[in-house]
Design a protein around this ligand. Structure first.
Ligand SMILES: Cc1ncc(COP(=O)(O)O)c(C=O)c1O
Length: 362
């Protein structure tokens, strides 16, 4: 059983996708055209935000959102030690220094208690990560940030359509970064990303930065980057966006089947926080014998993955940050124990039952 089979999305939507692609080819416009403009309007509306700006990938969405919020060299930006390394890479790409804090033992998201100690005078922004599809606990994070004038940018790369206290991610802070990497809840057929915000200044800056820092065709007024979501990706994302709610509901239903099927099994189940509508980008269990369990499932033909086996402070690329091994006990424990089981909208109920049987049998 594959961990995620994105071909099935195309099987489901091939007519609509083929027609969207043909429309782009016959338009002759491949960059910054009407498909992107429509997708940006539709995705902003979906999130309940005012602006969405399509960019090349989620990493650059985070980089540009931070730059647009005024982050740069000499600043510090706080994020959690247990996330995709691309989160910290995006911070480093602004010239700022990533500062890591531990995650909550239950939710895997930034622990507000740990955050307080990291808020030194150079901290310009905080990046809470809505990891695995569950929003971070934003209220205490915002309560710490606002009086100190610290900007908050959501890393929503794994959480399209997730809700925090009834509000969709993307509307919870100064700006948010989304990834449309093919396996995400809303995925392109290549790289893609977006910045979502209600702040007109931030939106205007991101729009300029993604297009080389140009004010118009010939005048480059800041040193931007080339990071534009292309027309083909935007046209395909428009088709898939119409399915996102249905697909997220299916992910939640499959998560429910896993919970029932694994009740009593020797694995820890994902904790759904009372504030969250989790959209299960990943269904992540815990096991103190994770590697043995993973090998056993592989022998049964069931693919699994580990998100993430190396916490950020132990990554070679971030060794210079100077965090000691053991500095973040919850992140260390997650790295040793977490296991992501197959979960995607096209997975059949029977396949989930098969994974559960294989785990319970152990
Ligand atoms: C939490 C998180 N942040 C950032 C990224 C970076 O997104 P992308 O791969 O589109 O650059 C990803 C996806 O890989 C992610 O899962």
């Amino acid at each position: 059983m594959e961990f995620n089979d994105v071909r099935l999305q195309y099987e489901q939507l091939s007519e609509e996708i083929d027609s969207a692609v043909a429309g782009v080819f016959s338009s002759g416009r491949f960059i910054l055209g009407s498909s992107l403009q429509s997708f940006e309007e539709e995705f902003a509306r979906y999130c309940g935000a005012t602006y969405a700006i399509g960019v090349g990938n989620g990493t650059e969405a985070l980089q540009l959102a931070l730059l647009a919020c005024g982050v740069g060299a000499g600043d510090e930006v706080v994020t959690s030690a247990s996330t995709s390394p691309f989160t910290a890479l995006a911070i480093a790409m602004t010239g700022a220094r990533p500062v890591l804090v531990d995650v909550d033992a239950q939710t895997h998201t930034m622990a507000p208690d740990a955050l307080v100690a990291a808020l030194g005078p150079r901290v310009r922004a905080i990046v809470p990560v809505h990891l695995y599809g569950q929003p971070a606990d934003m209220d205490p994070i915002l309560a710490l940030a606002r009086p100190r004038g610290i900007r908050v940018v959501e890393d929503a790369c794994q959480a399209h359509g997730a809700e925090y206290r009834g509000r969709r991610v993307g509307t919870l802070a100064d700006a948010a970064a989304f990834s449309f990497y093919p396996t995400k809840n809303l995925g392109a057929v290549g790289d893609g990303g977006a910045v979502v915000t209600a702040d007109a200044d931030v939106a205007a800056r991101v729009r300029m930065l993604r297009d080389g820092g140009r004010a118009d065709r010939d005048r480059h007024v800041v040193r931007g980057v080339n990071s534009r979501l292309d027309e083909l990706q935007a046209a395909i994302l428009r088709v898939k966006l119409r399915r996102l709610d249905e697909w997220n509901a299916r992910r939640r239903a499959l998560a429910g089947l896993y919970r029932d099927g694994l009740a009593g099994a020797p694995v820890g189940l994902p904790f759904e926080a009372p504030w969250a509508r989790h959209v299960y980008h990943l269904f992540v269990v815990r096991s103190t014998a994770r590697d043995a369990l993973r090998a056993r499932l592989a022998a049964d033909g069931i693919d699994t993955l580990v998100h993430y086996p190396i916490p950020l402070h132990r990554q070679e690329a971030f060794r210079h940050l100077g965090h000691a091994p053991g500095a973040f006990p919850n992140a260390e424990r997650d790295a040793a124990e977490v296991l992501s089981l197959p979960l995607f909208p096209q997975l059949a109920d029977e396949q989930v039952a098969r994974v559960c049987r294989a785990i319970v049998a152990g």
